[in-house]
Ligand binder design. Sequence first.
Ligand code: NAD
Length: 256
Amino acid sequence: SLKGKTAVITGSNSGIGLGVAHELARAGADVVINSFTDRDEDHALAEAIGKEHGVTARYIQADMSKPDQCRALIEQAGRCDILVNNAGIQHVAPIDEFPVEKWDAIIAINLSSAFHTTAVALPMMRAAGWGRIVNIASAHGLTASPYKSAYIAAKHGVVGLSKTTALETARENITCNAICPGYVLTPLVEAQIPDTAKKYGMTEEEAKQKVILERQPSKEFATVEQIGGTAVFLCSDAAAQITGTTISVDGGWTAL
Ligand code: NAD
């Protein structure tokens, strides 16, 4: 059980982050969820997690594109036994047309934020004598596709950062790993479906099956519960010697 541990999950008012927060709370952890907004519904999501799983759940606003806010998130949490770096955005365009501000935002949110939160969380984990860092990378942290240069560079970077973090903590009771999901049907992916359908002259259902799941041999989306369950496993005693590596949850994508 993760009772008594506090988990901070970045970018968790939606999709995979929210799913991971639910699974860690189900396993007994108190959770801090986060995004850059500060709406009633953000705080309501935390309240719902607390009620459903009988844990303490808080929402803390912080913009993961800003180094000082990444650091402030962990400081405000006050304690961070489990850190899940999940915040991420996508933009699709060929390199020669890729907007510079999109490149900068993707590198900041998808990669640099994990460096900043880790830098503040590690001393807390060392003081507690235990820590788990789970970085949400992607199948695109291990393989590439055209038109996603910033995302793929950032996700490969997250895999590299995870390995270095693991080496710097190897003699301590702290592990760091990256989960590499294939396609999960979250708002981030749903947003790509209408354009994809239009581009290929297909219905949205055909676009999902024939284009989006083309790389995923199982022909099924992974679920946020499965990603959350993998994070819970990485926090378990069974995973104490798993560090500096990646776990793919991708229906066979990276086996192709
Ligand atoms: P999503 O859009 O549902 O969730 C992204 C989360 O990040 C949201 O909670 C959003 O509020 C938050 N976020 C965005 N910008 C932020 C910022 N500046 N500061 C703080 N929070 C911010 O998408 P998702 O699919 O759940 O993606 C979550 C992570 O999983 C991302 O890192 C993504 O790259 C990764 N991933 C997703 C898939 C997939 O198929 N959905 C596959 C592999 C990896």
